[in-house]
Each structure stands twice: as C-alpha cells, then as structure tokens.
Design a protein around this ligand. Structure first.
Ligand SMILES: C[S@@+](CC[C@H](N)C(=O)[O-])C[C@H]1O[C@@H](n2cnc3c(N)ncnc32)[C@H](O)[C@@H]1O
Length: 526
C-alpha cells in the first residue's frame, strides 16, 4: 500500500500485500476482541467497510513549487478535485499513486488526510506566531504549520539566485515534541525534504512535562540584523550594536554535528541584503571546554539581548524560577534557533498549541489495515486491556493539561485524536472544560471546514463530568463511579453534554469521506 506522509512511519517501508490492497475489510475478519472494543466505545464497525474513500493531497504553498490541479491530474492520470473552501487540499481517487509523480518528487504535493488538515486550520496560524506541536511525529501537521508560518507560506529556495541559498523569511516558529526518537527522525527528514527546517525545532520529550517556552531570542536578533545589517552602528533597539547580535550567531565554521546536513551554511536574512549571517551554532556532547565556554557566553549574550540584563528571574505559573535554569538540548534545531536562551517566563508561552494525542488509532483505516496484515497481537497488547486504556486516558489528560499550561492567555489549543472512542475524545474534553471552571472554553471551528460533513458525536460520560466539576459522586458495588444530581444539576449536566457534543467535531470515513478523526478547539481565557 502506498502511504501518505502522515502514515509513513507507522506503515514503515513494508508493503501491505502486493501493494494494491483493498482499503477496507470484511467485518468477519475483525477479531472478536476488537469488535468488543468497538462496541464498548460505540464505534460503528461499518466505517471499515467503506469502499469509496478518497485520498487527499495538500498542495505546497511555496510560490516556487505550485502546481495546478489540472497538471496534477495529468501526472496522476486520475481525477483531481480541489476541496471547496479548503483549496490547499485536493481529493483524489483512493487508489491514486503519488510517489512516482514528478509533483511528489519535487515536493509540490504532500500526502495528508483532509481531517488532519482541518485540525491545523483550526489553529488559525498567523505569520509571526509561535506554535507548539505536542505529539508531533511523524510530522504531517508540523510541516503544514511550518508552511503557514512564513510570509510566503514557506521558507523558500531562491532558485532565481542560481544558487542553493535559502532566503530566510521567518516570522514565526513551530516547536515539535515527541517521545519517540525514531519518529522524530522521520519528522526531521520531512522538514528537510520540504525545506521547512528554518522555522522548526524538535525536542524528544514527554509531552506531559515539556516546559521549554517558545524561542525568545529570534525576534530581537532578527530586528537587530534588519536595523543594522552591516553590524557597524549602534542600533536604536537597545543601544547595542548589530554586530553583537551577529556575533551571537557566529561560531566555528564547521557544522559537523549532523544537525545541519544538507543545509546551506549561508543564510540571507530578509532577501538579499549584505547580511549573509553565518549562523554556525552547534552543541554536542563531545565539545571541548573552550567551545562550551563560548556557548555559555553566546547564551548570556542572547539572554541579555532579550531581557536587557543577565540572570533575570522570572515568573512561570506563579512560581519564581531561576533565569539560569538548564537549557534542554533540541533533537533538531536550525542554527538560528539552536542556542535560544529558553527563557522561562509567561511572556514566552506559545500563541497556539496542538495536542494530537497518542490514541488507539481506530479511526484510521490505514492503521487498522496494518494490524490486519501484520497480526492483531500488538493491538491486543497495546490497547485491549482496560489498564492500558485507562493509562492512555491519563496520558491524554496529561498532554492536554500541559498543552494548556504552555499556551498564553487568549491562545488556542487544538486537541485531536485519530480515534473515534468517546473515552479518548469527548470524555477528555468534558473533563478538561468542566475542571477548568471558565479558564478555558470550547470554540467553533473557523469557516474552513464548514463544507465537510461531520459524524455524530457521542455524549460524554456523566460521572467524568461530575467528578471534574466537583459534584458529589458515589461508587456502585461494581466499583463504577455513579452520579445522580438534583433536578437543577441534572438540567445543567444535560446542557453541558449538549454543548460538548455540539462543539467537538468528528470525522469518519462514512460521513465525511475522510479518515476517522476527532478534534476540539479550545480558547485559553486565563
Ligand atoms: C497520532 S501520533 C501524532 C501524529 C502527528 N501529529 C502527525 O501529524 O504526524 C501520536 C504521537 O504521540 C507520540 N507520543 C506518545 N506518547 C507521548 C508522550 N508522552 N509525549 C510526547 N509524545 C508522545 C507518539 O510517539 C506518536 O508519534
């Protein structure tokens, strides 16, 4: 089976069957345990029988890498329809093969399901914003975010200059976090393949605890270099010279740490000025004492540029933190982001956060086909036991809570999964909104996705909402939490459940002609 960018990792290089599988199953082939899982989670097994599921591609927004639907249709030899209202996406025949087309090889198209694209649109990413992507790998959404972040939609290759220079057109950044190094490697390759690496950094970390704020030095460095590209005069920014900012970016000539392979070492800031800044940051564990000292000095300079002083102590979530706290080494970062001082203050929380949580993947036919082809053992091991499902819900709650913590007041958090199980979706969101008591509210999606038919939502579990709201609950003899409120509380609960149902979105293969997907868009109030 040919896989999309977002399925790349999970399907690996192995082919399913002879490479032209049916994309659906006979329900008779599903193991009874899996059918029981679907029944318990109110997932309709009929979603796996869909026969006319299209596939989708996202068109590259880079003005140098555009392609018309007509040309793509010619290359694919199959019908290509732009999705109304979401024209960056085109719908293709489910069996269309992307990999051999020139458009795919040139990076003009990305294989990505429409539902995943809608999750990114729900963030409403604007140039200049700083986005955190928790559970980012293998990186389909991260690459789309990186593309949306820059003025031109892309950090683009300057073909007209004849060379291989990258024009740095960055006005915002995306920070990706994932626990899996293998998956992060795929993510790094995708970023590089699509030349999006200049505005993205990746961390290998537990998303429930990750606490590196958005890059704090980039705006200052950029403003300083723009104000005084030759680096000779004092600038009006804070009386320090532009060359200090440039020096803060200068380092030894060799970039041999593996971070920057394939990158041009010469970056042009803001199109063609004489400010070719050699951004030669690098750190690795084998560095000499003197290199480490130099990094320390660089770090202090950058911190000074941003805070106006060194060693500033700052407030984070009401706690006094030490401005000198340890920096976390990125798994990957371009040179301009690599030595960011990682200031730990409220001011550097993220504008937007997506939590595309680990889940049972039951909405994704590609994933379920994988189990069908490779055996259901791993599905049983990972997802069938109640303990495992409970710990998955704990993980999802932890990821969402941390995403909230890392978002600035007024910012947006998108919570999504590719499961259709209520326990991993509406229950998590209802628990979160009830527990936040007004500090977070659900928001409708921006207009982008209005044309796509959604699937029916399931009502959240009442006892979960009651528990999060602090309402009295009791345990029945089987150990299940039960809740029975006063008539007024019952009425309020009904209203709350309706609200969750109305605001959370589900896509499924039958209703939406997309992969199964859940998403909620949350606004942080305070
Ligand atoms: C649904 S996939 C994410 C897909 C990705 N957002 C994309 O668009 O390509 C879930 C990811 O969560 C990661 N993950 C699982 N537990 C995690 C944790 N505690 N912290 C961070 N990432 C985690 C997995 O490694 C996996 O890559």
């Amino acid at each position: 089976m040919e896989s999309d960018e977002e399925d790349n990792y999970s399907l690996g290089t192995q082919q399913l069957g002879d490479g032209t599988p049916s994309r659906t199953f006979s329900l008779d082939n599903l193991p009874v345990e899996f059918v029981a899982f679907l029944t318990k989670n109110e997932i309709d097994p009929a979603i796996y029988t869909v026969t006319d599921l299209p596939r989708y591609v996202r068109l590259n927004p880079d003005p140098h890498l555009t392609i018309t639907p007509e040309e793509l249709e010619r290359q694919l030899g199959t019908k290509v329809e732009p999705v109304p209202g979401l024209e960056a996406f085109c719908r293709l025949d489910g069996q269309a093969k992307l990999r051999n087309t020139q458009a795919y090889k040139d990076g003009r198209i990305f294989g990505m399901d429409l539902s995943s694209g809608i999750a990114v649109y729900a963030l409403d990413v604007q140039p200049g914003e700083h986005v955190l992507d928790i559970c980012c790998a293998p990186g389909a959404k991260l690459c789309m975010i990186a593309g949306l972040l820059t003025n031109s939609g892309h950090v683009r290759s300057d073909r007209s200059g004849g060379g291989n220079q990258l024009q740095m057109d960055i006005t915002g950044t995306v920070t990706g976090v994932d626990i899996s190094p293998h998956r992060l490697s795929t993510c790094r390759s995708l970023l590089k393949r699509h030349r999006l690496q200049q505005c993205a950094r990746l961390f290998q970390a537990d998303g429930t605890k990750f606490s590196v704020m958005r890059p704090s030095a980039i705006d200052t460095i950029r403003a300083r270099i723009m104000a005084n590209p030759s680096g000779t005069k004092k600038t009006a920014i804070d009386g320090q010279s532009g060359s200090q900012a440039k020096r803060a970016l200068e380092d030894e000539d060799n970039d041999n740490d593996g971070y920057g392979q394939g990158e041009s070492s010469q970056l042009v800031v803001d199109g063609g000025q004489e400010s070719a800044v050699r951004q030669q940051f690098h750190i690795n564990s084998l560095e000499s004492e003197s290199t480490l000292k130099r990094h320390r000095a660089t770090f202090d300079t950058l911190k000074g540029l941003v805070t106006g002083s060194t060693g500033a102590s700052a407030l984070f979530n009401g706690t006094d933190t030490n401005g000198d706290q340890e920096r976390v080494m990125p798994f990957f970062a371009p040179k301009i982001l690599r030595n960011d001082p990682q200031l730990h203050t409220e001011a550097y929380k993220y504008d937007k956060v997506i939590v595309d949580a680990e889940c049972t993947h039951d909405g994704s036919i590609a994933h379920i086909l994988k189990y069908e082809a490779w055996g259901w053992d791993s599905f049983h091991k990972n997802f069938m036991s109640q303990d495992r499902l409970d710990s998955l819900s704990d993980l999802q709650r932890g990821l969402l809570m941390n995403g909230f913590r890392m978002t600035k007041a007024g910012g947006i958090i998108v919570y999504s999964t590719c499961s259709l199980s209520r326990a991993q979706n509406e229950d998590i969101v209802a628990w979160f909104i009830a527990g936040m008591k007004g500090r977070a509210v659900l928001e409708p999606l921006p207009k982008h996705a209005l044309g796509i038919q959604t699937a029916t939502c399931k009502r959240p579990c009442r006892s979960i909402v009651a528990t999060a709201s602090g309402l009295p609950t009791a345990t029945d003899p089987s150990g299940q939490v039960q809740w029975q409120g006063t008539p007024q509380q019952e009425a309020d609960m009904e209203k709350f459940q309706d609200h969750i149902q109305e605001m959370c979105l589900r896509y499924d293969p039958l209703a939406s002609k997309t992969s199964g997907f859940f998403l909620a868009r949350i606004r942080k109030i305070a």
